[in-house]
Design a protein around this ligand. Structure first.
Ligand code: GRF
Length: 222
């Protein structure tokens, strides 16, 4: 079983690159070992995944990153996706109303037979035009439901909390809402710069597993 996914982004694209490197054109099999990391506390994942061997039996599935799509032509992620050999499309959102931009997106995604959309720094609130047509997941750099919006890292850092983290969740037409798949937690570090660096490292660890979990649930109707 092969799943066609699209990764949608607006900027730097570090998560996009990580997901492509870890998952594209690879076949996975679930394991009973829930992912752990030496310096991050992770919760929500129900199983782990590892690459499957050719002659192995089991609930195997493959990931095909069929498309990388940016709503900004100057996004550095465009370069990253092209360097990885992924088909890349820019569909500018500037000057378009939400509904018609989303219909354009839906048409492109349908043309590429996309089954799951993965938002990775895609700075758009999606309308029902989109969410009624596609299942999507997103990564947000805070412990949702706290600190929604574009400044999740800074807002978390400046909050009275002594921990921060990241969340991977299903996308609805409401900003940074939708069922949470997994979260990871880190302490506050001494500066915003260090905290931000650690948040991105946590994202790069968590997102591939959470994406595999979402695909697995989708395939097996969990
Ligand atoms: C990440 O912090 C992600 O959580 C947020 O946007 C940022 C994207 O970073 N939604 P990158 O473009 O993947 O480097």
């Amino acid at each position: 079983m092969k799943k066609n996914i699209a990764i949608l982004f607006s900027g730097n694209g570090s998560n996009l690159e990580r997901l492509i490197r870890q998952l594209h054109n690879k076949t996975f099999i679930p394991t009973n070992e829930i992912p752990i990391h030496e310096s991050f506390f992770i919760s929500g994942l129900k199983r782990g995944f590892r690459e499957a061997r050719d002659n192995e039996d089991g609930n195997k599935f493959s990931i095909n990153v069929a498309l990388a799509l940016s709503n900004k032509k100057n996004a550095y992620g465009v370069v990253r996706a092209q360097n990885q050999g992924i088909k890349t499309i820019v569909c500018e959102s500037k000057g378009k109303d939400r509904e018609s931009f989303d219909m354009e997106l839906v048409n492109i995604l349908k043309e590429h037979d996309i089954e799951l959309c993965v938002l990775a720094g895609f700075m758009r609130i999606l309308t029902p035009n989109f969410t009624n047509n596609f299942k999507a997941i997103n990564i947000h750099p805070s412990l949702l439901p706290l600190y929604k919006g574009a400044n999740g890292i800074e807002d978390s850092f400046n909050s009275p909390m002594v921990l921060g983290g990241v969340s991977v969740h299903y996308v609805t037409s409401e900003l940074d809402s939708g069922e949470i798949i997994a979260q990871g937690v880190i302490p506050k570090y001494e500066s915003l710069e260090i905290y931000e660096e650690r948040i991105h490292a946590l994202e790069h660890f968590l997102y591939p597993f959470a994406l595999l979990e979402a695909v697995y649930r989708d395939i097996y109707g969990i």
